[in-house]
Design a protein around this ligand. Structure first.
Ligand SMILES: *Cc1c(COP(=O)(O)O)cnc(C)c1O
Length: 407
C-alpha cells in the first residue's frame, strides 16, 4: 500500500493493497475463480513450486483476489499475515491440525462455540490430543494447569453464548513462558473492537460468516498471526489436512463486507447498548450480560481490551426453560436463528438449539443456564427492536401474572 497509505481502520478497510489502475480502473477488485495457473515453461513452474518466484500455482494455495483480501485483513487485525478459509471452522481446524500432535494437550475455556467443542471432542481427542476445559476467566486456573505438554490455549472472548470475558494479556503472560500458542476466537468483536495479537495472543481466528461478511450471504473464516505460522497453516493445515479453501465469489463478498464493517459495528454497538439498558430494567429479566452495562462484573476488563462493548447480548429470564422458549416464539420482527452479526436482529435459545445436545449437567458445567437467551442486535431502528421484545414479554408473561407494564 503506497498511494493510500493510512493507519486508520476505516480507510484501510476500503483501500488497503488495491490500486484500480492495475485493473483497468475497476473500482471493485475482480472476482477470480481460476482453479489453476498456467506457466510459460516447465522451468517457470518448477521455480514456483520451489518458492523461487511469486507466481500462483493452484487455487487451494491462494489466488490474487484472495491475497488482496488476506493482506487487507492482516492490516485490520494488526497481524504480519492472514489466511482466508472456507468457514470459521475451516480456520480453527486448519490451525489446530497444523500445530498439535498426539500426546500434546490443548487447554480450552469452558464455554465455546458448539461446533468448536464438537471438534475438540470428536476430532482432536480421536487422534490422541488431550483436551482440558478450564474457566479461563480466572487466569490463575491456567497457571495451575499448564505444563510442558500444553501446546495450545484456546478461548473466545466474549465467550459464546454467555458473554464472559477472558483477559487476553493475562493468558499471554502465562503462555509466553511456555512453548505454547495462545489462540483467540475474535468473531464476536471483529478487529474493529478488539485486537488479540496486540494484547499478546499468537493466533487469532474468525468466523467471517458473522460481522465481517455482515449480510448473512456467505460462509468464510480467517486466521491471522506471524508470517511463519500462517505459512505453515496454509501449506499444511489447509492444503493437506482440511482443504477448507475459500471460493473466489466469497472473497469478493467479503471484500465488500469489510468496506462497511466500521459503520455497521458502530451501529450494532449503539443499538445493543440501548437494548441492554432496556433488558436490565425489565421486570421479566433476571440477568443481562453485556460488557457496556455498569453492573457487568468484568466492566474494567471490557474497558481495557475492547474498544466498544459489541453487538451481542445474553440474558436470563425470570422464568422456566419452557417460558424462555415461548418468549422467543412470540417475537414478530426479530428472527429465531443461529448465526450472528447480520443486519437482522437474531435470537436463539441455546439450551433448545445450539447447545441442545448438552445434558442438564453439561449445561451447568459449561456455565449455560437453561433459560439463557442469546441476542445478536441488528441494524433495524432501535424503537422497533425494543417494541418487539416488549410485545413478546407482554404476550408471554403479563397475561399470566396480571402484571401490566408501562413503557
Ligand atoms: C460461527 C462461529 C464459528 C464457526 O464459524 P463458521 O463460519 O460457521 O464455520 C466459530 N466461532 C464462533 C464464535 C462463531 O460464532
Amino acid at each position: 500500500m503506497t498511494k493510500h497509505h493510512s493507519s486508520h481502520f476505516a480507510t484501510q478497510a476500503i483501500h488497503a493493497n488495491y490500486h484500480p489502475e492495475a485493473h483497468q480502473g475497476a473500482l471493485t477488485p475482480p472476482i477470480q475463480i481460476s482453479s489453476t495457473y498456467a506457466f510459460e515453461t516447465v522451468e517457470q513452474g518448477g521455480a514456483a513450486f520451489q518458492g523461487e518466484n511469486e507466481r500462483f500455482i493452484y487455487a487451494r494455495l491462494g489466488s490474487p483476489s484472495q491475497q488482496l483480501l488476506e493482506q487487507r485483513f492482516a492490516q485490520l487485525e494488526q497481524a504480519e499475515a492472514a489466511l482466508a478459509t472456507a468457514s470459521g471452522m475451516g480456520a480453527i481446524t486448519s490451525a489446530m491440525w497444523s500445530f498439535l500432535k498426539p500426546g500434546d494437550e490443548l487447554i480450552a475455556d469452558l464455554s465455546l462455540y458448539g461446533c468448536t467443542f464438537s471438534f475438540l471432542e470428536h476430532g482432536l481427542k480421536q487422534f490422541g490430543i488431550e483436551v482440558k476445559y478450564l474457566n479461563l476467566s480466572a487466569a490463575e486456573n491456567l497457571s495451575r494447569h499448564i505444563s510442558d505438554k500444553t501446546k495450545m490455549v484456546y478461548s473466545e472472548t466474549p465467550s459464546n453464548p454467555n458473554m464472559r470475558l477472558i483477559d487476553i494479556e493475562a493468558l499471554a503472560a502465562i503462555t509466553n513462558k511456555h512453548d505454547c500458542r495462545l489462540m483467540i476466537d475474535n468473531t464476536y468483536c471483529t478487529p474493529y473492537l478488539q485486537n488479540p495479537l496486540s494484547l499478546g495472543a499468537d493466533l487469532v481466528v474468525h468466523s467471517a460468516t458473522k460481522y465481517l461478511g455482515g449480510h448473512g450471504d456467505l460462509i468464510a473464516g480467517f486466521v491471522a498471526g506471524k508470517q511463519q505460522d500462517i505459512d505453515e497453516i496454509r501449506m499444511v493445515g489447509l492444503k493437506d489436512m482440511t482443504g477448507a479453501v475459500i471460493s473466489g465469489f466469497d472473497v469478493s463478498l467479503l471484500l465488500r463486507g469489510l468496506k462497511s464493517l466500521h459503520v455497521r459495528m458502530d451501529r450494532h454497538c449503539e443499538n445493543a447498548q440501548k437494548v441492554a439498558d432496556y433488558l436490565s430494567n425489565s421486570p421479566f429479566v433476571k440477568h443481562t450480560f453485556y460488557p457496556g452495562l455498569d453492573h457487568f462484573p468484568q466492566k474494567q476488563l471490557a474497558k481495557q481490551q475492547m474498544h466498544q462493548a459489541g453487538g451481542m447480548i445474553a440474558f436470563e429470564l425470570d422464568a422456566t426453560r419452557e417460558q424462555s422458549a415461548a418468549f422467543v416464539n412470540a417475537l414478530q420482527m426479530i428472527l429465531c436463528a443461529v448465526s450472528l452479526g447480520d443486519a437482522e436482529t437474531l435470537i436463539q435459545h441455546p439450551a433448545s438449539m445450539t447447545h441442545s445436545t448438552y445434558t442438564e449437567e453439561e449445561l451447568m458445567a459449561h456455565l449455560i443456564s437453561p433459560t439463557l437467551i442469546r441476542l445478536s442486535v441488528g441494524l433495524e431502528h432501535i424503537d422497533d427492536i425494543i417494541a418487539d421484545l416488549e410485545q413478546a414479554f407482554q404476550s408471554v408473561f403479563a397475561a399470566d401474572s396480571g402484571l401490566t407494564i408501562s413503557a
